[in-house]
Write a protein that binds this ligand. Structure first.
Ligand code: NAD
Length: 247
């Protein structure tokens, strides 16, 4: 129970990685706002069944006013707010020479601007209490990945944003770190099983030194560590959770 007494917001917490993260934070004793564009009631019910404390909140992270309302909701509901996990993200893959401006803008709006809104809103509150933990979910794709110019640019931007927020707020008791998941089994990646009768999935497994896809709880474990006092001297870092895939 390393997070007893703490309040966390996890965006995109209704399914996939975000759900794994939210479940782990609740298991460690945090009270969690599961914030998602889609209704997150099922995830919340599952967390409560396991003894956790959680509520859902509907948000589109690409809308600044909604992100402000989300942070205010956490403070109104639980009296404080300590841990911000900017996890919500989407992809619209395609080769750069064919990428539409719309697919570029959509991914930047959610993955990068949404993380900016969440980080800024968190910092604004956390500075007033000289404590906070911000964890931004980037991706191993930030290093460049065929078919993901929009996503790679957004995720690289998240790292620059994270490192800047970390340095600007280090003396205010706020840490800010990024996690780069490699290939984790969620709706976002399971689509690959339908490509070329599963051949695309199999070839991805060959690229992972451990030979298998990660699980949302693998990322949840890293988030819980960064949110805990065990990581109080860790800031401005980029931590890979990729079974050896990200080099
Ligand atoms: P997912 O598609 O399974 O889940 C994403 C969740 O975010 C959904 O619940 C969705 O409703 C929510 N969401 C989407 N747009 C939103 C918005 N505008 N506002 C609020 N919520 C929104 O994806 P996932 O695989 O769980 O990915 C979660 C994060 O992890 C993303 O940022 C993704 O880029 C990153 N990531 C995933 C992998 C992977 O292998 N799955 C690898 C690297 C990084």
């Amino acid at each position: 129970m390393r997070l007893k007494g703490k309040v966390a917001i996890v965006t995109g917490g209704g399914r996939g990685l975000g759900k794994g993260i939210a479940m782990k934070l609740a298991e460690e004793g945090a009270r969690v706002v599961v914030a998602d564009m889609a209704p997150a009631d099922e995830a919340v019910a599952e967390m409560r069944e396991k003894g956790g404390t959680a509520v859902s909140f509907q948000v589109n992270v690409s809308k600044q006013e909604e992100v402000k309302a989300m942070v205010q909701f956490a403070i109104d509901t639980y009296g404080t707010f300590d841990i911000m996990v900017n996890n919500a993200g989407i992809n619209r893959d395609g080769m750069l020479h064919k990428m539409s401006k719309e697919n570029w803008d959509t991914v930047i709006a959610v993955d990068l601007t949404g993380t900016f809104y969440g980080t800024q809103e968190a910092v604004n509150y956390m500075r007033s209490k000289n404590y906070g933990r911000i964890i931004n979910i980037s991706s191993g794709s930030w290093l460049g990945n065929i078919g993901q110019a929009n996503y790679a640019a957004a995720k690289a931007g998240v790292i620059g944003l994270t490192k800047t927020a970390a340095r600007e707020n280090a003396r205010k008791g706020i840490t800010c770190n990024a996690i780069c998941p490699g290939f984790i089994e969620t709706d976002m990646t399971l689509k690959l099983k339908d490509v070329n009768d599963g051949a695309a999935w199999d070839s991805m497994m060959q690229r992972i030194p451990m030979g298998y896809a990660g699980k949302p709880e693998d990322v949840g474990n890293m988030v819980a560590f960064l949110a805990s006092d065990d990581a109080s001297y860790v800031t401005s870092e980029v931590l890979n959770v990729g079974g050896g895939m990200i080099v």
